[in-house]
Design a binder for this molecule. Structure first.
Ligand SMILES: [Zn+2]
Length: 132
């Protein structure tokens, strides 16, 4: 059992509300992705990333991606077919929506983690005060 401290660099399970033991998530046998599965409840767990920094990075990526597709459409230096440009735009839009969903999910995760950490520290402070 790990020490009960709120560490944003460690995966934190939103279901168990704890730093539980975890393993890398498997999409297919032998294939893992940068997401963890909680050993206790089997749900997704990951280290809470500061949603502000994460959001800024994603917005820059989204703007870059859409700008790229817009520029490709306007200048068409890559000699793309109209169908390819449309496909690229749909892909850029899909990626944008996917990334926003990730940001949203992470922000919810972060807020829950912060609430839990605050409660944990309050309990520790209360315990110290009671000893006096
Ligand atoms: Zn769990």
């Amino acid at each position: 059992m790990k020490a009960k401290i709120g560490n944003p660099n460690e995966p934190w399970c939103p279901v168990c509300e704890d730093h539980t033991e975890y393993h890398l998530k498997e999409i297919r046998p032998g294939k893992t992705r940068a997401m963890y599965t909680c050993n206790e409840c089997g749900s997704n767990t990951w280290s809470p990333t500061n949603p502000f920094l994460f959001g800024v990075v994603v917005i820059v990526l989204i703007l870059g991606l859409n700008f790229l597709m817009f520029a490709a459409d306007k200048n068409n230096t890559a000699q793309l077919q109209p169908g390819e440009i449309l496909l690229g735009k749909v892909a850029a839009l899909g990626m944008s929506i996917f990334m926003l969903a990730v940001v949203w999910g992470n922000s919810k995760h972060w807020r829950k983690f912060q609430k839990w950490r605050k409660k944990l520290y309050q309990e520790k402070i209360d315990a110290v005060l009671e000893q006096k």
